[in-house]
Design a protein around this ligand. Structure first.
Ligand SMILES: Cc1ncc(COP(=O)(O)O)c(C=O)c1O
Ligand SMILES: N[C@@H](CCCC[NH3+])C(=O)O
Length: 436
């Protein structure tokens, strides 16, 4: 099992002190269920690890992994910054009361509306992604409400993190960022120095996601520090901040548990590397920023389904269909992502059969787990797919007009509904009948 889970006297799965079978009855299925203690613990692991090892840092939670108003509140309470990549994420954060000066604003194609919103309300760091964006900002930032606009520049350091190609983002051939090669990034940044409306704070990179080793992060530290050092020598301007993005991977299956560095190993490695490099080159220690998403939320999240149709094709396969699917978890279809599951209402059942867990969408590719050994599954059973905290709720769709699930936080035996499940009427909320 992933995360902290127990089994009670009824043989039911317990998360955050709550009986998952009862939660399924109370809140309905499918349902995203988050262990609040684990969420907070992971945020604290990041902060405490930095606190022990490095003088000046910020941990910015990457909200694209999982966002809702209650999550933004929690991130604010835990003293983290927030990484947003759209006006939508910014809006949710601000509506929950998240302080603007702790928000980092990303995007490779920020729209006029998004820029206007953020410049109106304020921002902690604005991450410039391209020369074209800088050109637009030269005009638009003139009347920034808080004086100088604090900028980071996103660079592509040319590193392959050896992860799925769709979530590889730091190679030179990328839609994100300014390439380090050929002096492109350097020239664009030099240009920004000439404008008084900007406060040039530092550089950013994000090499990819679900990365299973420390080596690509260490390489990124080196390349980025080398860039900062050269920039200093050439311009006499010291870039004070280095934002290394997110990307630390996590196990999705029990058998992968030893295959990923822990949060503290990751923080130890990057802070050690930065310290050693700076000492060797007599370069002032920069302020370090990281933007973890998945490693904070994934293991804390689970999806609770009810089993419907069970279909056996003799000698070939048994299909177990649940009341959700690729609409609440598109990751298997998109990335071939793997998951494991539990039968929450019969945790002591030792019978085993090989099945394929599928969804209810009108697509043969709507498979959540192609092959898994489970206790003999019956219609009505409660099936929990583990490790769905990241990029599930935020990537869910209404395909086949299936309402999206609600979100419940559990902690110390108490359950809080933090996103209500969509209703059928939500599905027509934005419809306009011609003539009305
Ligand atoms: C700029 C940026 N920062 C942070 C993250 C978070 O990454 P992860 O969830 O892998 O930690 C992402 C997503 O990959 C990103 O694009
Ligand atoms: N959506 C991806 C991660 C994207 C990271 C954003 N840069 C996933 O589920 O793995």
């Amino acid at each position: 099992m992933l995360g902290k889970k127990e089994i009670n006297e009824h043989g039911h799965l317990v998360i955050g002190g709550c009986d998952v079978v009862q939660l399924a009855q109370e809140f309905g299925t499918p349902l995203y269920l988050f262990d609040e203690t684990l969420l907070r613990e992971n945020m604290r692991f990041y902060r405490q690890s930095f606190e022990r090892l490095y003088p000046d840092y910020a941990v910015a939670y990457a909200s694209k992994a999982f966002i809702c108003s209650a999550m933004c509140r929690m991130v604010a309470e835990e003293g983290l910054f927030l990484d947003v990549v759209s006006g939508g994420e910014y809006y949710i954060a601000r509506s929950s009361g998240f302080p603007a000066d702790r928000i980092i604003f990303h995007g490779n194609n920020k729209t006029a509306q998004e820029r206007e919103l953020v410049l109106r309300e304020g921002i902690g760091r604005w991450v410039v992604d391209s020369e074209a964006e800088l050109e637009v900002l030269i005009e638009e930032a003139k009347n920034y409400r808080n004086g100088k606009l604090p900028l980071l520049f996103r660079l592509t350091p040319g590193i392959d993190p050896h992860t799925h190609q769709y979530i590889t983002t730091g190679k030179i051939d990328s839609k994100f960022g300014l390439p380090i090669v050929g002096g492109v990034a350097r020239e664009v940044m030099k240009k920004a120095l000439a404008f008084p409306q900007f406060e040039l704070r530092g550089v950013h990179c994000h090499i990819g996601s679900q990365i299973d080793s420390l080596e690509p992060f260490l390489k990124a530290c080196e390349v980025m520090l080398e860039f900062m050092f050269q920039f200093w020598k050439e311009t006499d301007f010291l870039l004070e901040e280095l934002d290394l993005g997110g990307g630390l991977g996590v196990p999705y299956l029990d058998e992968q548990k030893d295959q990923f560095p822990s949060i503290s190993e990751y923080v130890e490695a990057i802070t050690g590397k930065v310290r050693a490099w700076c000492e060797e080159h007599s370069f002032p220690l920069p302020r370090l920023i990281v933007e973890p998403g998945r490693s904070i939320v994934n293991t804390a999240g689970n999806t609770v389904y009810r089993v419907g149709t069970v279909k056996e094709i003799p000698g070939i396969k048994k299909y177990v269909a649940v009341d959700g699917g690729m609409t609440d978890n598109p990751r298997p279809v998109l990335y071939g992502a793997r998951y494991q599951a539990l039968v929450a209402n019969r945790m002591h059942d030792r019978s085993r059969e090989r099945v394929s867990v599928v969804g209810k969408c009108c697509e043969s590719g709507d498979v959540i787990i192609p092959e898994i050994e489970l206790p003999r599954v019956l219609p009505g059973d409660i099936l929990v797919v583990e490790g769905t905290g990241a990029y599930n709720h935020t990537m869910a769709s209404n395909y086949n007009m299936i309402p999206r699930p609600g979100v419940v936080f559990v902690k110390d035996g108490k359950a809080k509904l933090v996103v209500r499940p969509e209703s059928l009427s939500d599905l027509i909320r934005r419809d306009v009948l011609p003539g009305d």
